[in-house]
Design a protein around this ligand. Structure first.
Ligand SMILES: NC(=O)c1ccc[n+]([C@@H]2O[C@H](COP(=O)([O-])OP(=O)(O)OC[C@H]3O[C@@H](n4cnc5c(N)ncnc54)[C@H](OP(=O)(O)O)[C@@H]3O)[C@@H](O)[C@H]2O)c1
Length: 206
């Protein structure tokens, strides 16, 4: 399969997490269009370091991919997605509400951060994922200690979650589906039990 035939992943946010997701996508045999707030020209060193299969784009170009990873700081989420049309595309929400802020005036004790994100990307099918590991771990080879690193996913749309599962499994992760966006999101968001947990699934003993 040549590069043009490989599936495309859009990434909004080209910092630590966005670049780690780009490495994950490359491991999975995907192509990547990655965007930041300052425009594609500013990303020349980043795409050059990430290598073949990665190009820089505008936020709109990244958001036009069939699956899009949201990897911007929490406070920047509303601005980053403002005006984008989703039309059923998949958004993997990798953000964490580090600041404990509350951009909708909602009480995060009652609403998960991904519910707030889902409200901002109306028309997208949101999967929470890639937010529990620090970027350096996420971006490294998931094969470790003779096993596979675990990644947690949650979401309400079965097909969207399957597509996200394929991405991470193709990259070498072992996926644990935590259920719907609210149930799973409550376990994997910042300050929740699975935040920062780096689990390795060992092969079944025969
Ligand atoms: N770092 C981690 O280990 C880690 C782990 C798990 C989850 N996360 C989550 O991932 C998200 C990103 O964290 P990070 O550590 O990668 O942050 P970071 O290194 O500071 O990078 C942030 C990126 O977001 C871009 N950005 C900011 N506002 C934007 C906008 N309006 N439109 C497009 N791009 C915009 C920035 O572009 P410019 O430089 O051009 O402004 C930059 O490329 C956060 O929600 C964080 O909680 C991070």
């Amino acid at each position: 399969m040549d590069s043009a035939e490989r599936k495309l992943l859009g990434i909004i946010g080209a910092g630590r997490l966005g670049q780690a997701m780009a490495r994950t996508a490359l491991r999975a045999g995907r192509r990547v269009v990655i965007a930041n707030s300052r425009g594609p020209e500013s990303l020349a060193p980043v795409v050059s370091a990430l290598g073949d299969g990665v190009s820089a784009g505008t936020v709109e170009q990244a958001a036009a991919a069939p699956t899009v990873v949201l990897a911007v700081p929490w406070e920047q989420v509303p601005g980053a997605v403002q005006g984008l049309q989703w039309n059923g595309r998949i958004v993997i929400d990798a953000t964490n509400d580090f600041a404990g802020t509350d951009f909708e005036g909602s009480d995060l004790d009652r609403r998960t951060s991904s519910e707030l994100v889902a409200g901002l990307v109306s028309g997208a099918r949101v999967v929470k994922g890639a937010n529990t590991l620090v970027a350096a771990v996420l971006g490294s080879d998931p094969h470790e200690a003779a096993g596979q690193r675990v990644i947690f996913l949650s979401g309400d749309d079965v097909d969207a979650k399957s597509e996200a599962r394929r991405l991470f499994e193709d990259a070498g992760f072992s996926v644990i589906d935590l259920g719907d966006l609210v149930t799973g999101g409550r376990m994997q968001q910042i300050r929740a039990p699975l935040a920062g947990v780096n689990l390795i699934r060992l092969p079944d003993a025969d």
